[in-house]
Ligand binder design. Structure first.
Ligand code: PLP
Length: 408
């Protein structure tokens, strides 16, 4: 059914080759509506089965498995590097984007009294890592305030204005988590490079949403999750690095690869279940062979247009206000819709709203807060259809309006 208030046409749902809906290739609960791929991803059955088979192999022959593991990880790394269109010698596999950022934070030499530049759109856990590094340095974190609707030039200027000869590191997100927008990491990295300042780009959401996402970027370090939009088994991310500091990068677990160069030293991590790394290429190949990533990306973007406008229009029917949000540099598969005043005024209450929505309506969603304003953050993936967002517009929007008016 198409919502009467929708102002965009929904794309035709994607099907599997045998005619079943795309969702049949996932194992998501039928009793829930899953419109928050962006937070924790979702793994297609074929990749789960591959990982389970790898685990069975590991458990049947541990002594055969572990000594051979680094060379199998190196093979997976080569295949993952091809997906990113980078040379395998620049890419290490790490468990998650947080770990990739921690590798950078723990690898940089300690230099006293220096500054780290972050933004107020940064992912809280990564920003806390930058703050801990600043404490170790006896230094400071400077936070660039970027208005939600800032253009690329305005966002660039807000970050670069904090650069000085004391800046030792810049941490900036390519796609932001609370605000579902791009930041101009290309021009920020170029300016930082010109001044000799290292840059860590937190691109947790980016892998698979855009082809060759590091092409032309001059940043030193780039971290991205494969267990988000690339649908890999959880515990799979990449750290892509270039420049003078590459040799300083060591995995969080010191192990037998310690004497190897980057990134081979990341292939040895002691006795750990790294089957997610080996099964990750299965997810990439599954989507490529079933629909093609270009088709998938187009679908994600068109469905997000539909979802954003349908849900915003449903709020407008109650409030008479626009709930569309200008995020300055929008993203294809993640969008914000403004909530009515009075709810999700900070991230803690936004998280509480996520839990209440799941309990009350079986909807897996994401709520965020920025500058005291609450937002519903929707995601799309190939297994989603217009019906998921119609459901939210029909059942969740009236409840959110009621919860907002009860709280004011
Ligand atoms: C921008 C950003 N950075 C880092 C992370 C952390 O990802 P992970 O929990 O996989 O380490 C996330 C997770 O949503 C994120 O959105």
């Amino acid at each position: 059914m198409t919502s009467p208030l929708a102002t965009r046409l929904a794309p035709a749902a994607l099907l599997l080759p045998d005619g079943r809906p795309a969702r049949a290739a996932w194992t998501l609960s039928e009793s829930a509506v899953h419109i928050n791929h962006g937070s924790f991803g979702a793994v297609p059955l074929v990749a789960q089965e591959h990982q389970n088979a790898l685990r069975a192999e590991m458990d049947s022959m541990p002594v055969g498995w572990f000594p051979a593991l680094p060379s199998r990880i190196a093979d997976a790394r080569t295949s993952i590097a091809a997906f990113f269109e980078v040379d395998a010698s620049t890419l290490a596999i790490v468990p998650n984007a947080s770990a990739g950022a921690s590798v950078v934070f723990s690898s940089l030499p300690v230099t006293r009294g220096l500054e780290i530049v972050v933004t107020d759109h940064g992912y809280g856990a990564v920003t806390m890592g930058a703050e801990r590094l600043a404490r170790r340095w006896d230094g400071t974190v400077l936070t660039a305030h970027i208005p939600l609707d800032a253009t690329a030039a305005e966002a660039h200027d807000a970050v670069v204005a904090l650069f000085s000869d004391r800046t030792a590191l810049v941490v900036v997100d390519q796609i932001t988590s609370p605000t579902a927008r791009f930041l101009p990491v290309d021009t920020i990295s170029d300016e930082a490079k010109r001044r000799g300042i290292p840059v860590l780009v937190d691109a947790a959401h980016v892998p698979a949403l855009y082809p060759a996402p590091t092409a032309g970027l001059s940043c030193d370090f780039w971290v991205g999750n494969l267990h988000k939009f690339a649908c890999a088994p959880r515990g799979t991310a990449v750290l892509i690095a270039q420049g003078d500091l590459v040799g300083e990068l060591y995995p969080l677990v010191d192990s037998w690869g310690a004497r190897d160069p980057f990134p081979a030293r990341f292939d040895s991590q002691g006795t750990l279940d790294l089957t997610s790394y080996l099964a990750a290429p299965t997810s990439l190949t599954f989507i490529e062979e079933t629909w093609g990533w270009d088709t998938a990306r187009r679908y994600l973007s068109e469905l997000a247009d539909y979802a954003e406008h349908t849900i915003a229009a449903a709020f407008t029917a109650f409030t008479g206000e626009s709930h569309l949000v200008d995020v300055g540099m929008p993203v294809n598969a993640l969008r914000l819709v403004r909530l009515p005043d009075g709810i999700a005024g900070d991230q803690e209450s936004a998280n509480a709203l996520r839990d209440r929505m799941l309990d009350a309506f079986g909807v897996e969603g994401a709520f965020t807060s920025f500058d005291g304003v609450g937002y519903f953050r929707l995601s799309t993936h190939v297994y989603n259809t217009a019906a998921d967002y119609d459901h939210f517009a029909e059942f969740c929007v009236p409840a959110l309006v009621e919860w907002a008016s009860a709280s004011s």
